[in-house]
Design a protein around this ligand. Structure first.
Ligand code: Q0Z
Length: 287
């Protein structure tokens, strides 16, 4: 039986198709971006690693929040998912001070309305994880907003439910990851509502594209941290003196091989499953 997929959206490295009125197909490519630019060279299996990691986390957090996952296709990179009404909010949780949270803190001592202790350094662990929602920018970067602005977008009750759920998801995953040598500095969720109005975790969950993964054994606050997955790519791009505007540079073979190995290492450490097993039967991560 054949199937007519209708393309509905493109992300930087993923594509979204309609299967039917109730279902979407989310396909993760092997494209990689750095400094916000998609590079011309792919990282073999990157899309499979990210798809498998998301599915692993969807399966393990079902009791905290239901999710959009219906099943994985045999290619290991395609997720059949429930079509939801998406909330107009990027739901970010930060356990460490990095990226726009660090920028906000340097300017104002706070981020998304959370007053933070003085004297924090870049990449310091926060006293407790914080929920820092942002708007979904159609162009450019998402903008961090405070709770009042987020409540305007989704309502108070829904806001409180999303904050509580996001913090609990982060607590579970960051504890698991840290025990396996990976710090999840921060992470972004997207939630939707099903036809009954129930909150559903959608998109991707705890992938290195939606989170900052740092190698725990190299953690040294007081500056930027190496990226678990993309550091070879960043180092190579910096060595070229590339201006970080499109087009990005082609990557040499050793950078591709080293980066692929880091993605596979993250997958195997976090799931406890061999990547070859995943390729044989992707659903293994959900059992
Ligand atoms: C996700 C996105 C893109 C990848 C829409 N379950 C869902 N129901 C309704 N909408 C979405 C989902 Cl996941 C949805 N996105 C973001 C866009 C590729 C993800 F082009 N957009």
């Amino acid at each position: 039986m054949s199937e007519a997929l209708v393309h509905v959206a493109s992300g930087k490295v993923r594509e979204l198709f309609t299967i039917d009125d109730e279902r979407l197909l989310l396909v993760a490519s092997d494209r990689i971006s750095t400094f916000d630019v998609v590079l011309p060279t792919e990282i073999p299996d990157k899309g499979r690693v990210l798809t498998g990691l998301s599915a692993f986390w969807f399966a393990r957090t079902r009791d905290v929040c239901s999710n959009h996952l219906l099943g994985l296709r045999a290619d290991g990179r395609s997720t059949e998912c429930r079509r939801l009404e998406m909330l107009p909010l990027e739901c970010v949780v930060r356990g460490y001070l990095a990226g726009s949270g660090w920028k906000d803190y340097q300017r104002s001592g706070s981020t998304s309305g959370h007053a933070l202790p003085s004297g924090l350094r870049e990449s310091d662990e926060l006293p407790q994880p914080i929920f820092t929602p942002s708007t979904k920018a159609t162009t450019g970067h998402d903008e961090n907003i405070d709770a009042d602005a987020a409540i305007q977008l989704v309502g108070r009750e829904r806001y409180e439910e999303v904050e509580r759920t996001a913090l609990e998801l982060y607590r579970m995953a960051s504890e698991h990851a840290a025990a396996h040598g990976i710090l999840i500095a921060d992470t972004k969720f997207e939630f939707g509502l099903d036809a009954d109005g129930a909150l559903v975790l959608a998109d991707e969950a705890f992938t290195p594209d939606s989170s900052r993964f740092w190698p725990a054994d190299e953690y040294e606050p007081g500056g930027t941290q190496p990226s678990f997955d993309k550091q070879f790519v960043r180092d190579y791009c910096e060595s070229l003196g590339w201006g970080k505007t499109p087009p990005g540079p082609e990557l040499p073979e050793e950078v591709v091989t080293g980066t692929r190995a880091r993605y596979v290492e993250a997958f195997e450490r976090l799931t406890g499953i061999g990547f070859d097993e995943y390729l044989t039967d992707p659903e293994v991560v959900t059992r």
